[in-house]
Write a protein that binds this ligand. Structure first.
Ligand SMILES: NC(=O)c1ccc[n+]([C@@H]2O[C@H](COP(=O)([O-])OP(=O)(O)OC[C@H]3O[C@@H](n4cnc5c(N)ncnc54)[C@H](OP(=O)(O)O)[C@@H]3O)[C@@H](O)[C@H]2O)c1
Length: 265
């Protein structure tokens, strides 16, 4: 029986870090595991995959746009093809691919905002649905949400709403799948040093401000998921911020973010 691990958005940032750490965990473990890495940029993905050299884990790369129903449909096609080749189960699904857009909504590109919803929400939902029939007791899903999931945020309106969706969906899914023995964890990072800000600001801010080390954040999320936690918040500061959102009015939070947290766009 083949064991498959799927990681989306695995060409950079936290997705690549997930791939590195999971690869190291499984390399030489004696179980036939295949790791499917998905992102758009083929060369970057393949170059990264070449870094992963060890035993027992085969790395397969798939370069395509995951956005929307079409993107999730391609994952379903990959699973259908795999079913023809023999028995397999998906042990771990990490829905990590995603992006943000900085700036007040009326100054951002509506097409880009819609495509963010397509990737962060539609595709993630579809992939969960298509992968679940191939999971068994002990299977795990990690959906990458954000600290932004806890409060509506001005200058980040659609992104925060998409991540709120991811967290809400993931917790409800965790409740439904408990009896099947499948765990679902919403990972909710604050600022992490990746290419995120560069993409969100259209190249106007290269680095995530006060970004944390992705290695530690990802290691924590993997541990949290192994322990069956439904929400993964790595630092005390992030836990405190998430807790405090219970006492801040949603409008006040959104307005404060709009006034005090200007983002280059
Ligand atoms: N960094 C932070 O501060 C932070 C905080 C909270 C949450 N997050 C979340 O963490 C996740 C990972 O982001 P990151 O910070 O690691 O940023 P990143 O370095 O920009 O990585 C994003 C990954 O997603 C892939 N991707 C983007 N659009 C895609 C598409 N349409 N189809 C397939 N793959 C796509 C990218 O590869 P290609 O460009 O090759 O497609 C890349 O591998 C995202 O969901 C993000 O919202 C990040």
């Amino acid at each position: 029986m083949k064991h498959i691990i799927i990681i989306t958005g695995a060409s950079s940032g936290m997705g690549a870090e997930f791939a590195r750490q999971i690869y190291a965990q499984h390399s030489g473990a004696g179980k036939t595991t295949e790791m499917w890495l998905i992102a758009r940029e083929k060369d970057k993905l393949n170059q990264f995959a070449r870094e992963l050299t060890g035993r027992d884990v085969a790395v397969r790369t798939f370069a395509f746009d995951l956005c929307g129903a079409n993107g999730a449909g391609r994952v379903n096609d990959m699973l259908a093809t795999e079913s023809q080749n023999g028995k397999f189960i998906v042990d771990l699904l990490i829905n990590n691919a995603g992006f943000g857009t900085y700036g007040p909504f009326d100054e951002t590109d509506p097409v880009r905002e819609m495509s963010m919803i397509d990737l962060n929400c539609t595709s993630l939902t579809g992939i969960c649905g298509f992968v679940l029939p191939h999971m068994q007791r002990g299977g795990r899903i990690i959906n990458v949400a954000s600290l932004a999931a806890f409060l509506p945020l001005g200058n980040f309106a659609v992104y925060a709403a998409t991540k709120s969706y991811v967290m809400s969906f993931s917790i409800a899914l965790a409740a439904e799948l408990r009896d099947r023995g499948i765990s679902v964890c919403a990972m909710c990072p604050g600022s992490v040093s990746t290419n995120f800000a560069n993409v969100a600001s259209n190249g106007k801010r290269r680095d995530v401000l006060h970004g944390c080390d992705p290695h530690r954040v990802v290691a924590h999320a993997l541990r949290a998921s192994e322990r069956g936690h439904r929400v993964a918040l790595w630092s005390i500061k992030w836990k405190f911020k998430a807790f405090m959102t219970r006492f801040i009015g949603r409008y006040i939070g959104a307005r404060a973010a709009y006034i005090f947290n200007k983002r280059p766009h």
